[in-house]
Design a protein around this ligand. Structure first.
Ligand code: ZN
Length: 73
């Protein structure tokens, strides 16, 4: 296998859409029932820090985006 193919395979395995678990249960989309998600981060803004222009100090949360229908949880 070429280096490019190995890098592509590693990228797809590590960063692409995949299955996730919580409390040893596979997470399923409540809208369509599929189990493949894209993981991302979302900033949890507060009005006080936004007023001061310091949004970057707010905490962030992990979000899962259903690969099939786009439902976010
Ligand atoms: Zn879905």
């Amino acid at each position: 296998m070429s280096l490019f193919k190995r890098m592509k395979k590693a990228y797809q395995a590590g960063f692409g859409p995949s299955r996730f678990q919580a409390a040893r249960q596979i997470i399923h989309c409540p809208h369509c029932g599929r189990d493949i998600f894209e993981q991302s981060r979302a900033l949890l803004n507060t009005s006080g820090l936004t007023l001061l222009g310091l949004d970057w100090l707010n905490q962030s949360a992990s979000i899962l985006i259903c690969h099939h229908c786009g439902y976010i949880q």
